[in-house]
Design a protein around this ligand. Sequence first.
Ligand SMILES: C[S@@+](CC[C@H](N)C(=O)[O-])C[C@H]1O[C@@H](n2cnc3c(N)ncnc32)[C@H](O)[C@@H]1O
Length: 304
Amino acid sequence: MATHKNTPPIRILGEDDVHPAESISPILDSVILGDAFEVLGRLPAESVDSVFFDPPYYLQLSGRKLRRWNVKTEVNGVSEQWDSFSSWDEYDTFIAKALQLIRHTMKPNATLWAIGTYHNIFRIGKIMQDLGFWTLNDVIWVKTNPMPNWLGVRFTNATETLIWAVKDKGAKDYAFDRDAARRFGIGKVGANVWVLPICSRRERVLGDDGKKLHPTQKPIELLRRVILTSTIENAVVLDPMAGVGTTGYVAAALGRHFIMIENDERYVAGIASRFRETPPSPQALDILRTSTSVGGPDGDYLRG
Ligand SMILES: C[S@@+](CC[C@H](N)C(=O)[O-])C[C@H]1O[C@@H](n2cnc3c(N)ncnc32)[C@H](O)[C@@H]1O
């Protein structure tokens, strides 16, 4: 597999390596194993160009095993401890606190992407508006291979929503690559609909047991679109709840800097092996990503 000779292995830092109010140079291109609230609070004001915020969904799944209605396989939901909260109040406080800290780190022309499903995205959107963020677009990710509705009592949920916003209404000169947006969106004008599959096995970060390490690993192609449409080369992209590090991996491959924060050491170990096994490069992205186009077989899904 082609590798990028110039890509150094990713650095793993701890909370104490982040010194309050220092420039961000010493922590660029690293993952910080620690609590997002603690680390964000130590980052200098107006220091990052872009943020990808993919917080817990608070899916509120019951403890019991769920089975699909027509087959015997078990449903693969998100049952991890990090997705549980005791109430909507607790969840809203978590999101509001994170967004406030994130906003502080954003340069005046930085943009924020927040992603979620119908479970949480409306609350996130409301909280963002209350905090003064100004929405530029929402982008609907249509999944070409969604998880079926196993009970057959609702529509199959085949979308996630991304909210793309600036820190306030007056923000000017934010990065936007119109040509990239045209390439990725449906139709000639590049509409705010991205049609692409969920992670395939090829790009999955696996645990020692050979099973997927993270239940909500985002596809490389999704982050490729986010980063190419809304950042310029050498921009600093922050992901405060990084999971297995898709944001930093794609940013590095595309010549951007990144700062990632994640508090689960299993996922941070997964990030390290991801960077080590296939160092990020444009070629690596092409090999790993599960690509799609609206006109291809995946697009046919949309036409029903
Ligand atoms: C939806 S997942 C992110 C998935 C990621 N975008 C990817 O592609 O792998 C949310 C992540 O937030 C992390 N997280 C939750 N609370 C956190 C906190 N206080 N500090 C740091 N990370 C946190 C969880 O461990 C989880 O990995």
